[in-house]
Design a protein around this ligand. Sequence first.
Ligand code: SGN
Ligand code: CA
Length: 548
Amino acid sequence: MRINAYYFLVLMACTFWSCNKGPGKESPKQPNILFIMSDDHAYQAISAYQDHLINTPNIDRIANEGMRFDNACVTNSICAPSRAVTLTGKHSHINGKTDNHFPFDKSNVTFPQLFQQAGYQTAMFGKLHFGNNPKGFDEFKILPGQGAYYNPTFITKNEGKKDFPGYVTDIITDMTLNWLDKEREEDKPFMLMYLHKAPHREWLPAERHIAEYANKQFPEPATLFDDYSGRGTAAHTAEMNILDHMNWAGDSKIYPEVMDELGIPDASGWDHKAFERERKRMTEAQKANWDKVYKPMNEEFKKNFPDMTREEKMKWRYQRYMQDYLGTIAAVDENVGRVLDYLDEKGLTENTLVVYTSDQGFYLGEHGWFDKRFAYNESFKTPLLMRWPEQIKAGTVRNEMVQNLDFAQTFLDAAGIEQPTDMQGESLMPLLTGNDEGWDRDAVYYHYYEYPSIHMVKRHYAIITEKYKLIHFYYDVDEWELYDREKDPQEMTNQYDNPDYAQVVKDLKAQLDELRVKYKDSDELNQAYIDRYLKKVDEFRYNVKVGK
Ligand code: SGN
Ligand code: CA
């Protein structure tokens, strides 16, 4: 029997972690949980997965000293819904947080509440994006909505809204380290959520990284110039193209006056404002540092722009995108290193389950895109690294399909706290410890809702197995897509109408029906969420324009 089975038997026999020890037996201590989530951090930008874009030695430590999941994915690839799934252990259609627009329903039970009730100390720092404050936390400081990169405002638990000087990634880390060092009680276990805003749009690197990254060049993905010919309507109508849908000012850092001079329209109506929103938060010194790098870049662009072809513009915008996106990740990696070092210094490493993940995947130019939302690979897949030296063998890689849906039960299981029976995931403890004989998941379920809205990705649900992905786009279309994940990992060709795949389609549809029954999703629920959405859609579209 592995040590873990022993651990659970002891925990079952004891009502609490401070239970009496049997003669000669050590009672295992409940582990600390450190949950690190970044916002929109693509696995392609973590060197433990791929190192063609950036080196992330500190994040990689979690994989090297623990476990890397190569098939981790989300149930709904968008921010607040993903976080709601993480906290509740329930799919979006059950917890009600189907999109970024409606506030989280606080009558849901979230796993931090259960940790708090079980005697854990709980804290959350960084981005939540729920439209209301988190429940079950002894302490929190969260960003309002998306939050800002420079000199951000936070909502604090006891002191209302407060501005903090500096760079958001450093500040969230300072808050986290301060709580660990000065505020928690050392004799109790902790459950700490450390949630970065970076690398979310509009990708503002820390001052110390702007110049370094603005001078780098990155390899282009093979599908940068995808024309979507092998796909259905949804891929054609999505507004996520780097050339056509990115903001020139807000995203590419072309100054509004340069846009005007070159006759580039502010197509979204939000572009200039997005640029100024962050800029007006900066100190004069920060603006000067910013200008030192971006002014010469703007001058160069002004000279070249009139003669640039569409292809050249796309290539240029891709580089600009990567420079800033990856620049923000440099600060995330440094700061994760600070926190891991702290655990080492305080002797906390051995018995702390450290998790690194993102709220979803992200397109880094694959299919010409940025953003997420689709059940297609780059947005569906999310990075997931876990380290817990007492339980996880260093340097292991897992290929099972696991989801953000599983986090709540995994953490409760790790801590020996009872898992509510209505949670819909599965504890990953068997995979973490290697006692995985009972693990038999062969498919996962996906459902995206936020449409019509920014980026215009149509509503769809899907079944994903190791070999195939079957997607149904609905609402204003009724289209099915089938991808052969082994033969076509880039998902370029929809095989749904290919007679060779007729049996595969038939089998997957039956399996999808079963999954929808298992997870209690239905066409009736789809309609109810559409009705709820349509009542407010004008408001959402307005919000889209002002970029809320
Ligand atoms: C903002 C972004 C979008 C992004 C959504 C949701 N535009 O609206 O590009 O898809 O957030 O992101 S911005 O110009 O305001 O940055 S999420 O991560 O919160 O779901
Ligand atoms: Ca996100």
